[in-house]
Design a protein around this ligand. Structure first.
Ligand SMILES: [Zn+2]
Length: 346
């Protein structure tokens, strides 16, 4: 039944499913693949060279990732790592032209509550790391995660921030705004948290919307899923090619057609979704609509829910680095059987 599938898989070197799933998404991100192809010709040091070679091979057959793992400095291919961490590492090693496709900018506006002075920081990001929260009455969705991420944060008591104008620590409000919307928006659902010297996985169900408006319209085209536990987990990617209306599952060397995913559904409920890739929808009318909408509509909701004060202190000053590095490194042995054989479904 494989005759009409034109895509090819990636061989697992041991526990490199975390890398394979990310590489397949990058291969299927046309803008990225084309940028890597252009840049591989003139940036010898960048990872573009190895990625271009891999992508050319992947157009024809099931391929090996040895050159890429070597360039990434992965020595122990039997150790499992986090897919989000390696997505970030890959972007840090490719040309600017290729990484720019994922680059957005956040504005952090810091307001001193004593003197009202304001400072503004432009913080570039390659992905947004979204907290998973309890939601008692309704389903938790990626949109809730974005709202939570962009919510104002108050710094008071022991958390007061230094104000240059007052030359003192003061109560401070920090407002976050998505200023430049990237071509491809990657959302990382924070399923792995470090608690009491070890990592735990949060497998709660999340409503993954096929389309989100923030207020630019984005459409889901790929997701990387994590199944099982951190110690013996497995990663797979689900991807919808740009020129097709159907979804495929990329599971290391195997590629299969998915029949149960459709944009006709508004969302999918998932306990395994970890990285979500959304492509910005560019249409003339859409842009106009967005401009009008932008004034009216704020993603940040001033009517905060009752439990929201619990999350107020979530952002700390050093958290701006979380935008780029949301995860402590996860380096755990992946037990081969669960990595190469179908994992228990999440
Ligand atoms: Zn001040």
């Amino acid at each position: 039944m494989k005759q009409d599938i034109k895509y090819h898989g990636l061989k697992n070197q041991g526990a490199t499913c975390y890398l394979n799933s990310v590489l397949q998404v990058l291969f299927m991100t046309t803008e990225f693949r084309e940028a890597v192809e252009r840049c591989s010709k003139h940036s010898d040091d960048a990872l573009d060279v190895q990625l271009h070679t891999l992508f050319e091979s992947l157009k024809k057959k099931t391929s090996e990732t040895t050159e890429v793992t070597r360039k990434l400095g992965i020595e122990k291919v039997i150790e499992q790592h986090d897919a989000g961490q390696y997505f970030e590492k890959i972007l840090s090693l490719v040309s600017d032209e290729a990484s720019k496709i994922f680059e957005g900018h956040l504005i952090h506006r810091t307001i001193c509550c004593k003197c009202d002075s304001e400072t503004e920081d432009d913080v570039p990001f390659w992905f947004l790391s979204l907290p998973l929260m309890d939601s008692s009455d309704k389903h938790y969705s990626v949109v809730d995660g974005i709202q939570e991420f962009l919510k104002d944060a108050e710094f008071d008591g022991d958390d007061q921030l230094y104000c240059e104008n007052c030359d003192d620590k003061c109560d401070t409000t920090v407002k976050y705004e998505l200023r430049h919307h990237p071509e491809v928006l990657m959302l990382l659902l924070k399923r792995f948290e470090y608690h009491y010297m070890s990592y735990t996985k949060d497998s709660r169900a999340v409503d993954v919307f096929y389309t989100i408006n923030i207020p630019e319209t984005y459409e889901l085209y790929a997701l990387v899923e994590h199944f099982g536990t951190l110690k013996g987990g497995h990663y797979k990617a689900k991807i919808k090619p740009q020129d097709e209306d159907r979804w495929y599952e990329f599971n290391d060397s195997s590629v299969t057609l998915l029949h149960n995913m459709s944009h006709r559904n508004k969302s999918e409920k998932s306990r395994s979704a970890h990285l979500l890739f959304y492509r910005k929808k560019n249409t003339g009318t859409q842009d106009k609509e967005n401009k009008v909408e932008e004034g009216r509509r704020k993603l940040k909701d001033d009517d905060l829910g009752e439990n929201d004060h619990l999350m107020k202190k979530r952002k700390t000053t050093s958290d701006s680095t979380l935008v780029h590095s949301p995860l402590p490194s996860v380096s755990l042995i992946c037990f081969l059987p669960s990595c190469t054989i179908n994992p228990p479904s999440g």
